[in-house]
Design a protein. Structure first.
Length: 215
């Protein structure tokens, strides 16, 4: 995982398995079934990096041979929050990794000018919890900026929020960094940019349509 030189809050998970799986997700020939499976596998790999610095504590444990102070994650207060609808495709992978996590949802739609409007927000209590926001495509950054704002309004400290995306455009990262410089963003790839329809290029198309097989 490397911290980006221009955007200090951006972490690119560069691992051969991540690159390989993402390439197949990008392919127009990948079926809905494979796309979903790859997204889940990628979320597991990325979630592993995103949680790398979770604090540990120890508990006394008895093995068949002796007692010892065993390391376990401290606090265990984690929430997974997909941004509807495409974020749902990442939530299950994160919950496989952290089965005791609470789950929230943030539903946003885009108005005529492509700005996000909330239609559904349901979140677990902040309570010092780490909130993992997930949405596969960080394109203009409008939804990501708004979703992070929803969590801040809910009382979550910026240092307790992490954003997990698959592919980002520099335009979106720039916008997110300008508004939320203290929130870490984890991606599998930083692509070239946006086209005139605000799609990421080369990207992978509409992530929601590809996960759910709609169009
Ligand atoms: N949302 C998507 O699903 N894909 C893009 O390329 C941009 C936004």
């Amino acid at each position: 995982m490397t911290q980006h030189v221009d955007f200090p809050n951006l972490y690119v998970v560069n691992h051969p398995l991540v690159a390989h799986k993402l390439s197949y997700m990008r392919s127009i020939d990948t079926s809905t079934r494979s796309f979903r499976a790859l997204l889940r596998e990628l979320t597991l790999l990325m979630g592993y990096e995103l949680t790398r610095d979770l604090p540990l504590t120890t508990i006394n444990m008895k093995t068949p041979l002796c007692e010892f102070e065993a390391p376990v994650i401290a606090g265990k207060k984690i929430a997974v929050v997909p941004v509807l609808r495409a974020g749902l495709g990442m939530a299950d992978g994160l919950l496989d990794l952290i089965p005791s996590a609470r789950q929230g949802h943030i539903g946003l739609y885009r108005d005529e000018e492509n700005f996000p409007v909330e239609y559904y927000v349901r979140l677990p209590k902040a309570e010092g919890r780490l909130f993992i926001l997930c949405d596969p495509m960080l394109a203009t950054g409008h939804s990501a900026v708004h979703a992070a704002h929803v969590l801040l309004k809910h009382g979550v400290d910026a240092k307790h929020i992490r954003f997990l995306a698959l592919v980002a455009a520099p335009e979106g990262i720039k916008a997110f960094h300008a508004t939320h410089p203290d929130i870490k963003v984890f991606v599998a790839a930083l692509d070239k940019g946006l086209n005139e329809h605000a799609y990421i290029v080369p990207g992978l198309g509409d992530a929601g349509d590809r996960i759910f097989g709609t169009k």
